[in-house]
Write a protein that binds this ligand. Structure first.
Ligand SMILES: Nc1ncnc2c1ncn2[C@@H]1O[C@H](COP(=O)(O)OP(=O)(O)O)[C@@H](O)[C@H]1O
Ligand SMILES: [Mg+2]
Length: 566
């Protein structure tokens, strides 16, 4: 509970250089009186400004500075919360905003807005709207609860029931959910991309393997063809080598035949030479009748006998020549035949030599084909690092799992935190208590209507004689009683929840015009019955009230400045 202790202000609205100071927790009830414009409402404005940096009325900040002095506006507020003493100083021209905790200034964050948030959410635990509803009931620009929209009503009740935290949590959950969704979407995109990369790698590898198989088949066929070629060449070589066997004896035979032929030729020449000698002798005997040497005559008989001998010899030589010639012809024929065989053998040798030269070429080709096959046999390298992609894919899947789990937690949280979730349960729990309290205050104020707020924060008002009244159909005085019943109820709820509860209650000219004598009596009964409260009633109806309060303060305006009359 906040206990306001003291407020002091100068150069704030109608106040001047002389500070105005009011003790806020000394008297249970205080009557504040003074003429119109004397500066009575200014005290509430000062409390509000100290706490929230703004006035209750719709005045902008520069207009809060006293229009005569135009500077040095300073509002200070002292209060305690659970034994801790706080002191807030706020000034305009120059700007001041300081919070003291047990006499020590609280370090201000970089931004003033953060300092204000710190004050409202961690120290006061009350926001401006709720403050309006539980501290001040006034004529100025105060909007009664009944005139607020259901959303604004919800906000105030959530604050009083201390459940606006669920709205903040819902906001945070919503933000996180949208982040988580975005992350999830990103991960899905990543997954699709990685899948695609793997699929392409797979297609490419299959293609490479196909190409490799085709190449291996080609190499295999080429090797088989080359081997066949080598086999054919070797077979030819073997065949021709066998063929040559036939000619194995031919050179020797040729040499023998050649020798024979040469021998017969020699013999032939010798016989031919002898025949020439015989011919010469015949010519001699034919042309000579005497010996040219001894000159002895050659007889006819001798000649005849010699011619007979010569004829025999010539005939024998002729026969020998013919025989020789026949033999020579025979060997010449044989030699010619043998030469044919030699030529054939040589042709075979040439073919064998040719083939012998070709086999190594094909063998070398075979070796090259085998080398190429070994190289081709190695499995094709994938175009991308498939292992690393699989690892990435696994990582993404795991992240996705985490994100999905978080998402389902957040979905559940959102369901719990939305208006119809936990908050609805809490509100449902407190609504009967709230309604009972409102009706209690209405009864005490002698206004026997039945007032019910439902879960949508819409009211139903019933009376003994008529059903379904609307707030607007009541008289001003009756409306004021409803407003007061609600305000007192909020204070009771705040005290019960130990949330936005405080000692000060200001009723600013609330009952001056709209409460009759009876009403005033009832209302005074109530405020005097309030516990832990310091009630300030601002009124210009002094006469009838003055002796009913523990303390009276009179404001007056002197030389344009508001002050407290002593
Ligand atoms: N910035 C200002 N400088 C000086 N006087 C101001 C300023 N703003 C308002 N006032 C005056 O302050 C008075 C209002 O004080 P207020 O406390 O509301 O009076 P009341 O006693 O009727 O409640 C008016 O006379 C108004 O003209
Ligand atoms: Mg006033």
């Amino acid at each position: 509970m906040i206990t306001f202790v003291k407020v002091r202000y100068k150069n704030f609205l109608a106040s001047g250089d002389a500070p105005i100071e009011l003790e806020l927790n000394r008297h249970a009830s205080t009557l504040i009186v003074g003429k119109n414009g004397a500066g009575k409402s200014t005290m509430t404005e000062a409390i509000c400004f100290a706490l929230f940096g703004r006035a209750l009325r719709n005045i902008n900040k520069p207009a809060l500075v006293n229009s005569i002095n135009k500077r040095d506006t300073m509002v200070e507020l002292w209060f305690t919360i659970d034994q801790t003493k706080y002191h807030i100083c706020r000034g305009i021209k120059p700007n001041v905003f300081e919070i003291y905790v047990d006499g020590v200034v609280l370090p201000a964050p970089a931004s003033l807005a953060d300092y204000q948030t710190l004050l409202e959410s961690t120290i006061l635990k009350i926001n401006y709207k709720s403050f309006m509803q539980i501290v001040v009931l006034g004529s100025a620009s105060f909007v009664p609860f009944m005139r607020l929209s259901p959303a604004a009503r919800r906000e105030i009740i959530e604050d009083l029931l201390d459940i606006e935290i669920f709205s903040s949590m819902s906001g945070l959950a919503k933000e996180e959910l949208s982040e988580v969704k975005a992350t999830g979407d990103q991960l899905t995109v990543q997954r699709v991309m990685l899948d695609e990369q793997l699929r392409m790698a797979d297609t490419f590898t299959t293609q490479l393997e196909g190409e490799r198989d085709t190449k291996l088949a080609t190499l295999h066929a080429a090797a088989a063809a080359t081997q066949a070629q080598i086999d054919t060449l070797r077979a030819q070589q073997a065949g021709w080598t066998t063929d040559r066997d036939v000619y194995a004896e031919v050179p020797a035979q040729h040499r023998a035949a050649s020798a024979k032929h040469a021998g017969y030729a020699t013999t032939h020449r010798a016989i031919a030479a002898r025949e020439k000698k015989l011919e010469k002798e015949r010519v001699f005997y034919t042309t000579h009748d005497a010996c040219p040497t001894c000159e002895q005559s050659i007889t006819v008989t001798f000649k005849q006998a010699r011619f007979l001998v010569l004829s025999d010899k010539e005939a024998a030589a002729q026969t020998a020549l013919t025989q020789c010639q026949t033999l020579m012809d025979k060997y010449a024929g044989a030699l010619a035949a043998l030469q044919g065989s030699l030529d054939a053998d040589e042709a075979l040798q040439r073919q064998i030599a040719l083939v012998s030269g070709q086999v190594p070429i094909h063998t070398r080709r075979l070796r090259e084909l085998e080398e190429e096959r070994q190289v081709t046999l190695a499995p094709p390298a994938p175009p991308v690092d498939v292992v690393s992609i699989r690892a990435q894919q696994q990582g993404v899947l795991e992240q996705h799992k985490v994100v999905s789990a978080r998402r389902s937690v957040l979905d559940t949280a959102m369901a719990l935190l939305k208006d119809s979730g936990i908050k609805a349960r809490v509100i449902k729990h407190y609504l009967p208590i709230i309604n009972k309290q409102i009706n209690h205050y209405l009864t005490v104020m002698d206004f026997p209507i039945h007032f019910t707020l439902d879960e949508e924060f819409k009211e139903t008002i019933q009376s003994r004689h008529r059903d379904d009244f609307s707030y607007e159909s009541f008289s001003e005085g009756e409306k004021k009683r409803i407003d007061l019943a609600l305000l007192l109820t909020w204070r009771a709820v705040a005290r019960m929840k130990n949330s936005a509860s405080c000692n000060v209650l200001v009723l600013d000219e609330v009952f001056d015009s709209s409460l009759d004598v009876n009403g005033t009596e009832e209302f005074l009964k109530i405020i005097h019955a309030l516990e832990h409260a310091n009630v300030f009633v601002i009124s210009h109806k002094t006469d009838s009230l003055i002796d009913k309060f523990h303390h009276v303060i009179t404001f007056e305006k002197q030389r344009g400045f508001s002050s407290i009359k002593v």
